[in-house]
Design a protein around this ligand. Structure first.
Ligand code: DON
Length: 305
C-alpha cells in the first residue's frame, strides 16, 4: 500500500478541520501552543516510518501517559488491579466527579483521570520516590529513545490549577482507595502528563502493543500477549472517555487521546500510528486528529473489523 500518498491525501483533506475546535486552556501552559499544527506518523514492524506535517514537533502527551502507567501497573499488580479500578467505559467526561461518588471511589477504568490517579498511586506503592523515573525510563525503553523528558512548566501549571484532579484524589482517599500521600501521587501524575514527545516518537512507542507486547524492532518483550490484549481492548472501549463509542464507530482501532491534541492508535499485527493537532472537540479529543484517523481506516480498510 502507498502509505506516503495516503497520508498526503489525508493532510489535504483535513485542512478544513484544522481551524475547528479549541485548544485546552484549563492548563494555562497548554493554551500557549500554536493551534493549527498537524502531524500524522505511521510506523511499521520493520522500522519503516511514514509521516506528514509537524511529525518532529514535541507536544504534551497528557492522557496518553495513562497507557504507559497502566502497562506498568498491569505488570506489577495484574491479580489485584480490579479491586482498585474497573474496566468499563465511563460514559462520562474524563474528569467527572459524580460517578466516582456513586461508585464509592472505585473509578470506572484506568483511562479516566480518577482511574489513572489510582494507577499512579499503585506505582508509588511499588516504586516509592523512584516512580516518575521508572515511568520515564519505561517510555524511553519502548520508544527506543533516551532523550525524552517532561516539561516542568506544563507540570507546574497543571498543579497550580489542578482543582478538579485534587477533588478526585481527595474523594478516593476518603473511600480508602489511595494508599500514599496525596501530594506525592499528584506530583507524579502531573509530571507524567507533561512528558513531551513528537508524533514520530509516540508512534514508535506504541509498536510493542501492536505486536502483542514485543517490540518488533528490538525483539524485547514488555508485557505478555494476554496483557497486551487487555490493554488494547481497554483502549478501544475507554480510550476516548465519553466519546469512546464515537471513536470506535468512526475509526475502528484501539486508540488513546490526550488533551495536548495527540492520539495514538494501533493496527494489531501491522503498525502503530500517532496523530497530533491541538484543537479539541467538545469531548476533549483532537478534532482534526480523530478525522485523520477516520480517513485513514476508511481509505486503507485497515480497521480491526
Ligand atoms: O489530568 C488532566 O486533566 C490532564 N493532565 C490530562 C487530561 C487529558 O489528557 C484528558 N484527555 N483527553
Amino acid at each position: 500500500m502507498d502509505y506516503e500518498a495516503i497520508l498526503k491525501e489525508i493532510q489535504e483533506e483535513i485542512k478544513p478541520y484544522l481551524e475547528q475546535g479549541k485548544v485546552a486552556d484549563y492548563i494555562p501552559a497548554l493554551g500557549r501552543v500554536n493551534p493549527n499544527q498537524f502531524a500524522m506518523s505511521l510506523q511499521l514492524f520493520d522500522g519503516t516510518t511514514f509521516g506528514v506535517g509537524d511529525v518532529d514537533t514535541k507536544f504534551s502527551i497528557q492522557s496518553i501517559s495513562k497507557v504507559f502507567t497502566f502497562t506498568l501497573a498491569l505488570d506489577l499488580y495484574e491479580k489485584t488491579l480490579h479491586e482498585r479500578v474497573g474496566i468499563e467505559p465511563s460514559g462520562n467526561p474524563f474528569n467527572s466527579l459524580v460517578q466516582l461518588e456513586y461508585e464509592k471511589g472505585i473509578p470506572r477504568n484506568p483511562f479516566i483521570n480518577a482511574g489513572a490517579i489510582v494507577v499512579t498511586d499503585m506505582l508509588v506503592s511499588g516504586y516509592h520516590d523512584k516512580t516518575f523515573e521508572r515511568i520515564v525510563d519505561f517510555i524511553r525503553n519502548v520508544s527506543d529513545n533516551r532523550a525524552l523528558s517532561h516539561d516542568k512548566e506544563v507540570a507546574d501549571s497543571e498543579a497550580a490549577y489542578g482543582y478538579r484532579n485534587m477533588s478526585l484524589i481527595n474523594m478516593m482517599k476518603s473511600f480508602g482507595n489511595i494508599q500514599n500521600d496525596i501530594a506525592d501521587v499528584m506530583a507524579v501524575y502531573f509530571q507524567q502528563c507533561s512528558i513531551s514527545m513528537s508524533a514520530h516518537e509516540l508512534s514508535r512507542a506504541m509498536l510493542f502493543l501492536a505486536n502483542h507486547g514485543v517490540d518488533p524492532i528490538t525483539q524485547k518483550r514488555y508485557i505478555s500477549a494476554s496483557q497486551a490484549k487487555k490493554l488494547s481492548s481497554l483502549m478501544l472501549t475507554c480510550g476516548h472517555y465519553d466519546a469512546s463509542g464515537d471513536f470506535a464507530f468512526k475509526v475502528g482501532l484501539p486508540g488513546k487521546s490526550g488533551v495536548g491534541g495527540g492520539i495514538v492508535a494501533i493496527v494489531p499485527n501491522l503498525m502503530s500510528l500517532c496523530v497530533w493537532s491541538p484543537r479539541l472537540n467538545a469531548r476533549g479529543n483532537s478534532l482534526a486528529g480523530t478525522k485523520a484517523l477516520e480517513l485513514f481506516t476508511t481509505k486503507t480498510e485497515l480497521s480491526i473489523f
